[in-house]
Design a protein around this ligand. Structure first.
Ligand SMILES: C[S@@+](CC[C@H](N)C(=O)[O-])C[C@H]1O[C@@H](n2cnc3c(N)ncnc32)[C@H](O)[C@@H]1O
Length: 330
């Protein structure tokens, strides 16, 4: 059973069960006696769930259009926040496993940063892509849709959010958070929680501080400037680094990155024309359907006309690119 049962004792665990679902990936409960999830899993088809979010964002965008700002289909930060975090992943999470998986070169960096940690808490764990197989991992994941997709044999999970971790101080050797902090309603509070429950903290995120990032990636620079709207009101990389008292290290994106994250296809631009690729990355849902359609149609035109190749000639010779991805280590 979980290490924290030993640490917190039976009463604490019973109290925790009233608030949090605790379980194992559905197909293969651990030999250690882990129980299946105690929370019901939603059963809506992904199309209907994504449709709901899309409808919400379309409505929000229409409202923006009417305000005379003249900046096209944009959602306000408040409206985007409504579909941040758990509700967003309960809506779009079923599309995730199609292209999202462990990228070994990024995993190697994360696992090295974990040092000699034996017990590891993975917060915002999703389907568990970056969980090291050789350590004692406990996953924290608030979205029932994501939890239900954890593969057989994956680490046991707790249904909770980063901002309020149901663990005693210093319960783990290390806590990690991969491609998730930007989804948390309160990233600084969440990171302080990681700091509280673990002796070491490793966070994989991105740097959009300053103006330079706008020029870094052709996709946001030339086709999807609405990405900037998603950053409004969010803490800077410096704020995040400070919250854990750590340092930031650049992580280059390999040209053939196996994990279909937003930046993964920087040298394979045709991939962004693929609906399945886009549905596995929340940015495309969050910018709203009109911005997405416009970006995809312009990219498609530029690929056909040779304009993209002309503009991005230098990329063909690169094996990896610095696109602002960062490892925070404390
Ligand atoms: C892009 S996925 C990353 C999943 C996994 N870490 C990976 O690298 O594949 C982001 C995850 O963060 C989770 N999440 C959203 N809000 C959260 C919160 N407040 N606390 C913890 N996790 C959260 C989502 O449910 C989703 O599973």
């Amino acid at each position: 059973m979980f290490r924290f049962r030993r640490q917190l004792g039976r009463d604490s665990l019973m109290r925790m069960r009233r608030t949090y679902a605790v379980g194992c990936p559905p197909a293969e409960p651990r030999a250690s006696g882990c129980r299946p999830s105690l929370s019901p899993e939603p059963n809506l088809p992904v199309r209907a769930q994504v449709g709901g979010v899309t409808e919400h964002l379309t409505g929000a965008s229409r409202r923006c259009d009417g305000d005379g700002a003249g900046n096209g289909m944009r959602t306000t930060p408040e409206e985007q926040r409504e579909v941040l975090g758990t509700p967003l992943y309960d809506a779009i999470g079923s599309a995730y496993p199609a292209t999202r998986r462990t990228e070994p070169r990024i995993a190697a960096r994360i696992w090295a940063a974990l040092g000699d940690a034996r017990t590891v808490l993975n917060v915002g764990a999703g389907t568990g892509s970056y969980e090291p197989a050789d350590r004692d991992v406990t996953a924290v994941e608030p979205s029932a849709v994501m939890r239900a997709q954890r593969p057989a044999g994956a680490a046991p999970y707790v249904a909770a959010a980063a901002e309020s971790l149901p663990f005693a101080d210093r319960s783990f050797d290390a806590a990690m958070a991969v491609s998730t902090v930007h989804h948390w309603p309160d990233p600084v509070a969440g990171l302080r929680e990681l700091r509280r429950v673990a002796r070491r903290v490793v966070v994989f995120t991105y740097d959009a501080d300053g103006a330079g990032w706008r020029q870094r990636f052709w996709l946001t620079r030339d086709y999807l400037p609405e990405f900037a709207d998603l950053l409004l009101g969010r803490p800077s990389l410096a704020d995040l680094t400070r919250a854990i008292g750590g340092r930031a290290e650049p992580v280059p994106v390999p040209w053939d990155c196996a994990d279909g994250l937003f930046e993964a296809y920087w040298r394979r631009p045709e991939a962004y024309l693929d609906e399945q690729v886009r549905r596995a990355v929340s940015v495309w849902t969050r910018v709203g359907p009109r911005a997405e359609r416009r970006a995809v149609s312009r990219l498609s035109e530029d690929l056909s006309s040779g304009r993209w190749a002309e503009r991005n000639r230098e990329l063909v010779t690169l094996d990896e690119a610095e696109l602002g991805l960062r490892l925070l280590v404390a």
